[in-house]
Design a protein around this ligand. Sequence first.
Ligand code: SF4
Length: 449
Amino acid sequence: MSTDESPTDAAGPLVRVEDLQKYFWENDSVFDRLLGDEPVAVRAVDGVSFDVDRGETLGLVGESGCGKSTTGETLLRLQEPTDGRVEFAGRDVYDLESDDLDEFRREAQVVFQDPFSSLDPRMTIGDIVRQPLDVHDVGTGADRRERVRDLLERVGLSADQLDRYPHEFSGGQRQRIGIARALALEPEFLVLDEPTSALDVSVQAQVLNLLEDLQTEFDLTYLLISHDLSVIRHICDRVAVMYLGEIVEIGPVESIFEDPKHPYTQALLESVPRATTDERERDRETISGDVPSPRDPPSGCRFRTRCPKVIPPGDLEIDQEEYRAIMDLRERLERHDVSLASVDGADLESDEGPVPPEEVSAFVAELKSRLLETELSDRHDENVEAALSNLASSDWEAATERLASEYESVCERRNPKLGDAHHPVACHLFTDVDAADGERRRGGGGESN
Ligand code: SF4
């Protein structure tokens, strides 16, 4: 930074992200407005906060589409934020202008996922690595050429190769070129966006080892974005787990891997392929379904549409698997995601008076067998049948209300907050649920029923 850094800045985290939001807008053109269409917010990043300490590697992990890359790009100002604040060495990144902004761009660099598309195929690798030095007018021509030679050697390539083109290199070598380019301006901070996911497994470890060596040699601070938990474990000090634009758990890497608390983190870890037969054969609680759309995220906890531990009402006696099955059914009914036309007897709606009960029963039995794989105990079976019977007359509202009145969860009413403990987790299993909600709190370990 061009202005003096205060002692407090030097002592604090290098990067501080506070309540960062990045929304993209759809239906927001003049034409859409003329047609009367309302803009729709796509909430890619929705209020994330974290620090990255000097010299540390913070991992950002989650399934694709959960907002990891957008978080990295927004904190680097490659995208403008919708709201929130990012500090770099104590300075507000979004307030920086002219020389200060230039300096931030030198100090904070990015390595992209795809080492081929991120390198201009018409430029030699010498010119690619030299480009940031030219843009920022660093040193003389001879200095720059020498610096490029040094950088290529440092990342494990030969300085004699600087007149070659990217297509002449393997994927791993191209990623080394991308790393050399990111280091050209002697940055303090690198965002590594899936730096090894396009590489062969045999090459991934080499690139990760190189990144670790460079971190030590140049006192670098990393934000490592990856969907690959083995990469995170290999290189990170702490991990933040993202789901649908939010951080749901953050903590030291050993703590997250040895004692994952959030059901999403647990399911992510369970989905990692097992090395031994014993491990492969043990029960695994994997995540079903896809990440919901950030255009219309679920109310309350965003993971509740997939969570195997979603919390039933406090006064409800129900097996956890049954409850999950009923919540899935509710979701489908609320979305009208059930084809009634293909169910035998779906034409029950008639002008000729009430439908005979036996026809409704047959319709409900058919529908239930299609929609529910889990066997329900008597009481819940009756509730579901009563709800489904409303569909005989296509009364979706009555069907969904019937189930909502009996099975509504605190997880759909309230979004759990992350808190600020050593290893915080955003899940009602670990927070005091308001007594007014009358919910059962399954405190402490988040054990399933
Ligand atoms: S708040 Fe509820 S739905 Fe969300 S992770 Fe915790 S138990 Fe699951």
